[in-house]
Design a protein around this ligand. Structure first.
Ligand SMILES: NC(=O)C1=CN([C@@H]2O[C@H](COP(=O)(O)OP(=O)(O)OC[C@H]3O[C@@H](n4cnc5c(N)ncnc54)[C@H](O)[C@@H]3O)[C@@H](O)[C@H]2O)C=CC1
Ligand SMILES: CCCCC/C=C\C=C\C(=O)C/C=C\C/C=C\CCCC(=O)O
Length: 260
């Protein structure tokens, strides 16, 4: 898929990795609609990017992906504005072990809804194409010892994305779903969250976070965003899991059901 003049949607696009996706897609010639619950930051970024890339190429929509009404409403506005959707990055997530139901609602339910909404609109695309990138983490292949719920949601992203990719292929939908598993990045998610909210009943293990920070084996959001592009462009890629961390990039193989 050529990225020029395509329409891309990014959730959690106001900062961190989401912002890097927004910027890399704009640089490649796509038009981008980003959704975020942080309205002031979203508006500020939209103004900055509209100045750099042109006012018609980027839009911001304030919405909480854990709210069915808000997420559907944002999608409708995006399709009204751009006509259709070619690319979807389901990126918004939080680490909150205290309010763990909210973590599941954002990281899992929000990602499932984002995937289903994108499929619903993409299946009517005249070129019959569409690419969805679901953001998991190396925590969705290993684990974050202090964050079992966050870890569970990131495993869920891997399993859901593999299964839905198989369904899309078997239904000859022409739509592709791949998973990206980044390693640790120095973003708001890692650095600035309230420690008790972040780790809930495991907050006494704060030193583990310090150990991760001291290891200094971070990957940059811009590099992760660049690395994600082949999953969109290369039409042979469906149901893949791409890990990118400080050691480099690797497609991960997980067991398959033999008869499938
Ligand atoms: N930072 C890290 O070390 C890693 C992050 N990831 C994943 O990368 C993705 C992005 O994370 P970061 O950029 O690090 O986080 P971040 O905290 O810097 O940015 C996340 C963005 O999502 C938005 N957001 C949060 N809840 C939302 C909701 N309910 N509705 C709409 N927007 C919402 C936030 O306002 C924020 O702008 C997440 O899926 C995360 O799990 C994966 C591996 C490592
Ligand atoms: C141990 C606490 C680290 C802080 C975790 C907070 C957010 C992490 C978000 C991620 O998606 C992290 C990605 C990868 C795993 C992080 C740490 C693993 C630590 C164990 C190890 O060394 O492998």
């Amino acid at each position: 898929m050529d990225l020029k003049n395509k329409v891309a949607v990014v959730t959690g696009g106001a900062q961190g990795l989401g912002r890097a996706f927004v910027e890399v897609l704009l640089k490649q010639g796509s038009n981008v609609a980003f959704i975020d619950v942080n309205e002031p930051l979203g508006k500020e970024l939209k103004a900055t990017l509209a100045e750099e890339y042109g006012p018609g190429r980027v839009e911001f929509y304030a919405a909480d992906v854990s709210s069915k009404e808000e997420f559907i409403g944002a999608f409708k506005k995006i399709v009204d504005r751009f006509g259709h959707i070619d690319i979807m990055y389901n990126n918004a997530a939080v680490v909150n072990e205290n309010d763990w139901e909210k973590t599941i609602a954002i990281n899992m339910t929000g990602l499932v809804r984002g995937t289903y909404l994108a499929l619903q609109y993409m299946k009517d695309n005249p070129d019959g194409k569409g690419a969805i990138i679901n953001i998991s983490s190396t925590a969705g292949l290993c684990y974050v010892p202090t964050a079992p719920i966050y870890t569970a949601t990131k495993y869920a992203v891997v399993g859901f994305s593999r299964a839905i990719a198989a369904v899309a292929m078997k239904s000859n939908l022409g739509l592709r779903i791949n998973t990206l598993c980044p390693g640790v990045m120095k973003t708001n998610l890692l650095s600035s969250s309230n420690i008790e909210d972040h780790f809930g009943q495991f907050s006494q293990l704060e030193e583990l976070k310090e150990m991760v920070l001291e290891r200094n084996d971070f990957v940059k959001p811009e590099d992760v965003a660049m690395a994600s592009l082949p999953l969109v462009i290369d039409e042979s890629k469906n149901g893949k899991i791409l890990k990118i961390d400080a050691d480099g990039m690797e497609f991960i193989s997980l067991p398959e059901i033999p008869a499938m």
